[in-house]
Design a binder for this molecule. Structure first.
Ligand SMILES: *Cc1c(COP(=O)(O)O)cnc(C)c1O
Length: 413
């Protein structure tokens, strides 16, 4: 008992993490505008995560149900599962934990492809999906599957008719994202799910960018598989989920084989702390959704106005049917690479998506929309969120403006 109590952390020890609950305060002169790549964790989620690490907490293996330690960890995991599933209006027993949306997308797409390959070998997706979907589909092509990559229109939108007319007797799966991670453009997944419900195909949705930001109601939208990523909604990295409707009836083939956790669909010891952190972050974002959305809308309006004044500025993607927290913008005569590098120590912005090389590449998403030339090579993604302040946006807008003007002058010389 003596040892256990020594390890119980006091509330106060995390205070240094986030002074006044506002992470932006500790950033001094650096402004983070890359929330679409990853969000900082909510302090509430950090606390929940830290509560499952040490001897006095729920650190035990949640599969060790022979003893009380394991049982408590198991309860923590199941409590988290229920929280997340309830926010989505789904069944807790249909939600499985994975390492993130990359794994969830792999499991959904490969799992259905392998489970139903005798029924058909055709998959439909779009050319503007995340690489976790595109590369998975490419792999399946290499082993004999056929994949149709739908092209979005110039505003980044995929229509229901486009999807329906691509369906053949061999189609087993349609995989489309909810919100695009580069443009913020929203697909109407409810309408798509309703249309696909009439067809004999599964519908997978990559909801990594939308979960928590837009309401998703699985009791109303007949989506078969839905991917989540903890670190896109102020939870920890390395944890995500896959919602598998009617899991028991579905022949989803797992990627891993092992100890049988998660009904054998995702074996491996469950990371209780990651799961607790993600669930707390998800519950929080479901409660703050309207406030977060309003805040992002106000910031987006201010920044759009400021940047528009520079002239020869193009905002990419549909400006109505999009999330406010992602702005994809091109400045004529300015390459995204030079702008990003000029600002790298002050304002963190990105080209299309986070890529491991650190190199700036032209976006496959904008390309798929038919965008080319200066507008393609000059596109940057500015994304913000709950902890971004009005002052930060004003300052960032000003610095971006100064650098754009400087780079344009250089181009004229
Ligand atoms: C971030 C992201 C992913 C990958 O999620 P991880 O949890 O980092 O693996 C997949 N799809 C979209 C749309 C994303 O934004």
């Amino acid at each position: 008992m003596k040892y256990a109590s020594l390890h119980i952390p006091s509330e106060g020890i995390y205070d240094w993490l986030i002074p006044n609950n506002n992470p932006s305060i500790i950033l001094a002169n650096r402004i983070y505008l890359d929330y679409a790549a990853t969000t900082p964790m909510a302090p509430e989620a950090v606390k929940a995560l830290c509560g499952s690490l040490t001897l006095g907490d729920n650190f035990a293996n949640p599969a060790s149900l022979q003893h009380n330690f394991g049982e408590r960890a198991h309860e923590r995991v199941e409590n988290a599962r229920t929280k997340i599933a309830t926010c989505l209006k789904g069944k807790p027993s249909d939600l499985i934990f994975t390492s993130g949306a990359t794994e969830s997308n792999n499991l959904a797409i490969k799992g259905i492809a392998l489970g139903y390959r005798n029924k058909g070998q055709h998959i439909i997706t779009s050319a503007s999906e995340h690489k976790a979907v595109l590369d998975t589909c490419k792999y399946l092509e290499s082993i004999g599957f056929g994949v149709t990559y739908l092209r979005p229109d110039m505003k980044g939108k995929i229509s229901v008719d486009q999807v329906l007319s691509a369906i053949t007797s061999k189609t087993i799966l349609v995989s489309l994202m909810h919100v695009n991670n580069e443009t913020g453009v929203i697909n109407d997944i409810h309408q798509l799910a309703k249309a696909l419900e009439q067809k004999d195909v599964f519908f997978h949705v990559d909801a990594a960018q939308s979960a928590g930001k837009l309401s998703i109601d699985l009791s109303e939208s007949p989506i078969d598989l839905l991917s989540l990523s903890g670190h896109k909604f102020y939870g920890p990295k390395g944890i995500g989920g896959l919602y598998v409707r009617n899991r028991k009836k579905l022949n989803l083939i797992p990627l891993f084989h092992g100890g049988g956790q998660e009904h054998g669909l995702r074996p491996g010891t469950l990371p209780t702390h990651q799961i607790a952190g993600m669930a707390t972050a998800f519950e929080l974002i479901n409660n703050t959704r309207d406030a977060d959305y309003k805040h992002a809308t106000a910031l987006a309006r201010a920044l759009t106005e400021q940047l528009s004044k520079l002239g020869d500025v193009y905002f990419n993607g549909d400006q109505e049917q999009k999330l406010p927290n992602i702005i994809n913008v091109s400045f004529e005569q300015v390459s995204s690479e030079s702008l990003i590098i000029a600002l790298r120590d002050e304002v963190a912005i990105a080209s299309g998506s986070a890529c491991n090389s650190g190199a700036v590449e032209a976006s496959h998403v904008l390309r798929s929309m038919g965008i080319e030339g200066d507008r393609l090579y000059g596109a940057v993604r500015i994304s913000f969120g709950r902890y971004t302040t009005v002052d930060e946006i004003t300052w960032a807008g000003q610095r971006i403006g100064e650098e754009v003007t400087r780079l344009r002058e250089l181009a004229l010389e």
